[in-house]
Design a protein around this ligand. Structure first.
Ligand SMILES: Cc1cc2nc3c(=O)[nH]c(=O)nc-3n(C[C@H](O)[C@H](O)[C@H](O)COP(=O)(O)OP(=O)(O)OC[C@H]3O[C@@H](n4cnc5c(N)ncnc54)[C@H](O)[C@@H]3O)c2cc1C
Length: 198
């Protein structure tokens, strides 16, 4: 998370602090459910850095162009094409493509389907609700509100599934019907969204 700190000062990078809340369903047998948000039991809440990839990637490319970095697009189909390059160093950042390119059988896709709503600048928090029927999460970007989501291991279909759009819209609608305010954060509780404390 620390490496994004310098980008927080300029909005064009799309990196910003956000309050994040994690929830699970209420326990029927529990005497004191603790803090409730959207009709769910709050299991964790902290400040974190959210990166809006649409803004961040465009700003990064712009910075690199201004530094004289040259860009070109090429699809590599075999490892030999890489070893034939004249450059003294290569950085492998081919993501899922590394599986085919390097014969890495440990690489597999995890499919995530999002539903994008119109932007709401007043939304300054995000949440994830782990619940029966599938996870529901929301985070705001400058250009839209992102609703999720799926996490389908080994599934590489790119087409949107209408049933999943329906599940997300219905699920988020049900959550929002219970909105009664946003949990207060301890400003000193800062964590990475991708490695939350257990
Ligand atoms: C649904 C979903 C939502 C997400 N939302 C966010 C978010 O809001 N904020 C955030 O920070 N992260 C988000 N992430 C995570 C983020 O998308 C990934 O962490 C990030 O894209 C990883 O970047 P990467 O450069 O390692 O790989 P990739 O983005 O996968 O880039 C790999 C690149 O290599 C290229 N490539 C592959 N094979 C070859 C080849 N043979 N020849 C030439 N080029 C090749 C591909 O075309 C691609 O451009 C999200 C992920 C998912 C699934």
């Amino acid at each position: 998370m620390v490496e994004f700190t310098p980008f927080l000062t300029e909005p064009r990078y799309g990196a910003y602090w956000i309050d994040h809340i994690q929830m699970r369903p209420l326990r029927q047998d529990s005497q004191s459910p603790g803090e409730i948000f959207l009709g769910r039991r709050v299991t964790d809440k902290f400040r974190t850095i959210m990166v809006d990839p649409n803004l961040y990637l465009a700003a990064l490319m712009q910075d690199l162009k201004e530094m004289g970095v040259k860009f070109w697009t090429k699809k590599f189909t075999a490892l030999g094409e890489l070893t034939g390059l004249p450059h003294p160093a290569l950085v492998n950042c081919s993501g899922l493509g590394a599986g085919l390119l390097f014969g890495d059988e440990n690489m597999y896709p995890i499919r995530g389907q999002l539903t994008l709503l119109k932007p709401q600048p007043e939304i300054d928090y995000s949440f994830i609700s782990r619940q029966p029927g599938g996870v529901l999460y929301m985070f705001p970007r400058r250009g839209n509100i992102v609703l999720g989501g799926t996490h389908q291991r080994g599934y590489d279909q790119l087409l949107s599934e209408p049933a999943e759009v329906e599940r997300q819209l219905r699920g988020h609608g049900e959550l929002m019907a219970s909105l009664r305010g946003i949990p207060r954060m301890d400003p000193s509780d800062v964590q990475s969204l991708w490695a939350p404390k257990l």
